[in-house]
Design a protein around this ligand. Structure first.
Ligand code: PLP
Length: 385
């Protein structure tokens, strides 16, 4: 378990920020990296051509440590939707086949598949919310049940974003390989807070936006591309993906070849001098804390919250079926939409997503933050009816 790391963040004492799944705060060292990164543009003569490559490769190397793969397998993308779109463009799909998604899946991992299904005559197959009494909350069992011969692509998260349910991706990965189905992952609500390993899960593509659990900036993300898809077609044809890009004077000697590994999938202007160092600094800190420890620390706080909330009539998935860092609380009568605003007046911050109050702490939270949320839940019992 990690001691509270609030000293590394600029979070006032009277703010109980329990909303990392919405957007993480930048830690102070990352903010310093941001200031230094932005300041580089004041002296462009110092941004020599090699810097277009070294910063990006540093990002790749550190991202590869987070997901446990080779740095060559990492592309730099602006968003989860961009990474999913790259996967959708490259994975084969035929009329009559299906793409597996979860009920209430996040739109960035839904719309690209809906479009692809329309284009090919394939269909979307939606894994229903697991509500059978024995298997309540068990998304892994629900996915395994739905993995039938028609499934060509399983497009899934590690954590279901409105229930907090955790998927056993190792078992799902095995089942996909047995079936010959591709596995595409949106790890935005888990990477950095829940241990994940490409080597164990063996996805075809996996993407994560960095502004949540990777504690990074908005509009930077990482995309893992399995070696077998690295000859694929990128979404953009930009100059820096090409084999001749290091020689700035010869860019108009147009090259047929792409740069090595997953680099062809990099977004345009991927050498973002202001933001990449921020993402790198944040990921370094995550590795220093250790993702397993982050999971344990946030998990302990959420267990305390789940138990106290249960006494007030809120239910949540059992500990063994939900992600430790991600607690979704439900009530029989539902949750009023205005609930987050009521709490925000007390400077307690959570979200409502679907029918749940979503509570997502990080290592900057203290037991006092949890106590303040519980006090608010108790006081606002009247709004729940
Ligand atoms: C599960 C999940 N995926 C992705 C995103 C962000 O998507 P994008 O990077 O396409 O904006 C979010 C944001 O809330 C999310 O909850």
């Amino acid at each position: 378990m990690l001691p509270c790391q609030r000293h590394l963040f600029d979070i006032p004492e009277d703010v109980a920020y329990l909303n990392c799944a919405y957007m993480s705060p930048l830690m102070k060292p990352a903010l310093e990296a941001a200031a230094a990164g932005l300041a580089r543009k004041a002296h462009p003569w110092d941004i020599t051509p090699d810097k277009f490559f070294t910063g990006a490769d540093e990002f790749r190397a550190i991202a590869a440590q987070i997901v446990n793969c080779s740095a060559e397998d990492i592309a730099i993308v602006p968003s989860a939707s961009y990474g999913i779109a790259a996967a959708a463009r490259n994975l084969p799909l035929k009329k009559g086949q299906s793409i597996l998604v979860l009920e209430e899946q996040f739109p960035s991992n839904y719309y690209p598949w809906q479009r692809r299904a329309e284009e090919t005559g394939a269909s979307l197959k939606i894994v229903p919310w697991p509500s059978d009494s024995d298997k309540d909350h068990d998304w892994t069992a629900a996915v395994l049940n739905s993995l039938t011969a028609d499934v060509a692509i399983a497009a899934l998260p590690h954590v279901h974003w409105t229930s907090g349910g955790r998927l056993d991706l190792v078992r799902i990965g095995e089942a996909c390989r047995k079936l010959g189905a591709a596995l595409v992952l949106d790890l935005t609500q888990s990477l950095g807070a829940l241990p994940f390993s490409v080597r164990e899960v063996q996805p075809d593509f996996a993407v994560a936006a960095s502004y949540k659990w990777l504690l990074g900036p908005y509009s930077v993300g990482l995309l893992y591309v399995a070696p077998k898809w690295q000859e694929g077609i990128p979404l953009e044809e930009n100059w820096i993906q090409r084999g001749n890009a290091r020689d700035f004077s010869s860019l108009i000697l147009y090259s047929e070849n792409y740069d090595a590994g997953a680099r062809r999938f990099d977004m345009g202007e991927r050498s973002n001098f202001a933001l990449l160092p921020v993402a790198v600094r944040a990921m370094k800190q995550l590795l220093e804390w250790d993702v397993a420890q982050i999971s344990e620390t946030t998990g302990a706080l959420n267990r305390q919250l789940a138990n106290a909330a249960a006494e007030l009539g809120f239910s949540s998935p059992p500990d063994d079926l939900r992600a430790p860092h991600y607690l979704c609380l439900r009530r029989t009568n539902g949750i009023p939409r205005e609930f987050p605003e009521i709490l925000a007046r007390e400077k307690v911050f959570v979200s409502v997503r679907g029918s749940s109050i979503r509570v997502t702490p990080h290592v900057y939270n203290s037991p006092t933050d949890a106590e303040r949320l519980i006090a608010c839940l108790r006081q606002t019992a009247s709004v729940f009816g």
